[in-house]
Design a protein around this ligand. Structure first.
Ligand code: NIG
Ligand code: FE
Length: 417
C-alpha cells in the first residue's frame, strides 16, 4: 500500500463533504477551507485530513512505510481541471496575431484561409510522432501551473484521416501522461476549403464517415461542434449531435462566441455537458440554461486574446446558474493553458469572488468533463490530484498575485511531480 502524509498545510481549500456535483448560484461562494492541517493519501486517493492541533496525525506518521511530505506552510487545493483545450496542434500562429493587431478580425483571417484552416494544413503535414512530441511539453507546462486534468479536442484535421490522426495522438497522450485526460471529437470545427459552398456535404461526411470511425476505434469521450456565426448553424449542429447521440457521444459545444448563434439553446436541447465561450448570452440564453444539466463555461483566454466582449458571468451566477472557467489552450485564440491566470481573470474581469472562481476552475470544470466523482474537491475517496503551493498569506492571494507561479508541486494520483 502506498501511503503519504502531507503535514503543516497552511490552508487546505476546496473541502467538500456534501457530494455536490457542481456549485451553482450563491452556493458558488462555498469553498471550504481549513487552517493548519494534514492530509493523508492512500493508494493515490484522499483518505483523511484534520487539524495539526489534534494528535491523529502522529499515529499516522509512525506507520511503517509512511512517506511524509512537509508542506512547510504551503497550501493545498484540488488541482485545476481544464475542461476545454485544443492543445494538440502543429506549429503556432503568431503572424496572424500580428494581423489582428493591425486590425483584421478572427473571422476575416479565417475567410482568407488562415485561422483554423492554417492549423489544419500544418497538422496535415505533421506525423503522429511529431504531434505527440509537440503536445507532451504543453502538458508538462500546464502541469507545472497546477492542472491535473484536461480535455483535448480534435478539429484541426477536417478530413477523416487527419481527425483520426489527432485523436490517436490524444489516445497516446492518455497512455503517457499522468494527467487525467478526456478526448473530444470536433470534426465540425470549420468547413475545409475543398468543401467551400458545399457545407452540407461536409456535415454529411462528419455524420456518415467520421463519427462511425471515431467511435469504432473508441477514440472520443465527447462530441463538439463550433455552432456560431460563420461556422455551423443550429440546424447542422442538431444533425451532428443527433448522430453523435446514436453512438453514445455526449456533446460539449462551442457556442455564442461570435454572435447570438442559438448554440446555447441547441446545447441544452441535446443535454450537452457544457456550452463554452458564451460572450453573446442574453436573458433568453440564461433562461434556457436554468434547470438544465449543461455547464456554462467561460474561456477568458480567448476573450482576452481576441478582444471580445465579456460573457456575463456575474449575471449567470446571480441568476442561480453554475459557471465554469477553462483555458481554451489553442494556437489561434488562446495560446496559453495557464489556469492560475484563468483564476485571476475570472476575478478581475468577470467579477467572481475568489471562492466562486476556485469552484469555477475545479469542481465545475471537473463536472464539465464528466470527472466530478473523482476530481475537483478535497473529499474522502476522491483522487489525490492536488496542488501544493509555495507559502501564501491567504487563499485570495492565489487570484490576486496574477502572473507568478504559486504552485510548488502537483500531485497526480498521489504521486509528486
Ligand atoms: O475555441 N472558437 C473556435 N475554436 C477555437 C479556436 C481555434 C483556433 O483558432 O485555432 C476556440 O477559440
Ligand atoms: Fe475552443
Amino acid at each position: 500500500m502506498d501511503m503519504k502524509l502531507i503535514l503543516n498545510i497552511h490552508y487546505l481549500g476546496g473541502l467538500d463533504t456534501s457530494g455536490r456535483r457542481w456549485a451553482a448560484g450563491a452556493d458558488m461562494q462555498r469553498f471550504e477551507v481549513m487552517e493548519n492541517t494534514w492530509l493523508y493519501i492512500e493508494d493515490g486517493r484522499i483518505r483523511d485530513y484534520g487539524s495539526m492541533l489534534s494528535e491523529t496525525w502522529r499515529e499516522l506518521a509512525q506507520r511503517p512505510g509512511m512517506k511524509i511530505i512537509d508542506a512547510v506552510g504551503g497550501s493545498v487545493f484540488p488541482a485545476f481541471c481544464d475542461s476545454h483545450t485544443h492543445l494538440v496542434y502543429a506549429g503556432s500562429r503568431e503572424k496572424e496575431y500580428v494581423d489582428k493587431i493591425r486590425g483584421l478580425s478572427y473571422e476575416e483571417i479565417f475567410r482568407r484561409g488562415g485561422g483554423i484552416l492554417h492549423s489544419a494544413r500544418r497538422l496535415h503535414e505533421a506525423s503522429e510522432d511529431q504531434l505527440l512530441a509537440e503536445a507532451l511539453p504543453r502538458l508538462e507546462e500546464i502541469r507545472q501551473y497546477g492542472t491535473g486534468a484536461v480535455e483535448i479536442k480534435s478539429g484541426y484535421g477536417l478530413t477523416t484521416e487527419d481527425e483520426l490522426k489527432m485523436l490517436r495522438v490524444i489516445r497516446r497522450l492518455k497512455e503517457q501522461s499522468p494527467l487525467a485526460l478526456r478526448a473530444t471529437f470536433l470534426g465540425a470545427h470549420a468547413v475545409p476549403l475543398e468543401y467551400k459552398g458545399r457545407q452540407q456535404e461536409y456535415v454529411d461526411l462528419v455524420i456518415n464517415e467520421m463519427i462511425p470511425k471515431v467511435v469504432d476505434e473508441g477514440l472520443a469521450d465527447f462530441i463538439d461542434v463550433f455552432c456560431d456565426q460563420g461556422f455551423f448553424t443550429p440546424e447542422e449542429t442538431a444533425r451532428i449531435l443527433e448522430a453523435g447521440a446514436r453512438y453514445g457521444l455526449r456533446p460539449k459545444l462551442h457556442a455564442n462566441e461570435l454572435g447570438y448563434s442559438g448554440g446555447i439553446q441547441i446545447g441544452v436541447k441535446y443535454a450537452a455537458l457544457s456550452v463554452d465561450h458564451l460572450e453573446y448570452t442574453a436573458d433568453e440564453e440564461i433562461e434556457a440554461l436554468k434547470g438544465s444539466s449543461t455547464m456554462p463555461t467561460i474561456l477568458p483566454g480567448a476573450a482576452f486574446f481576441l478582444n471580445l466582449v465579456h460573457a456575463p458571468a456575474r449575471k449567470m451566477i446571480d441568476a442561480g446558474l453554475p459557471v465554469a472557467f477553462a483555458s481554451d489552450f489553442n494556437p489561434g485564440s488562446s495560446p496559453s493553458g495557464n489556469m492560475q491566470l484563468i483564476l485571476s481573470m475570472a476575478c478581475i474581469q468577470y467579477r467572481l469572488l475568489p471562492e466562486e472562481a476556485f469552484n469555477a476552475v475545479t469542481l465545475n470544470t471537473a463536472y464539465a468533463m464528466g470527472l466530478e466523482n473523482e476530481l475537483g474537491t478535497i473529499s474522502q475517496g476522491k483522487k489525490a490530484n492536488l496542488i501544493l503551493t509555495h507559502p501564501i498569506p491567504s487563499i485570495e492571494f492565489m487570484p490576486y498575485a496574477f502572473g507568478s507561479n504559486k504552485v510548488k508541486t502537483t500531485l497526480l494520483d498521489g504521486v509528486e511531480y
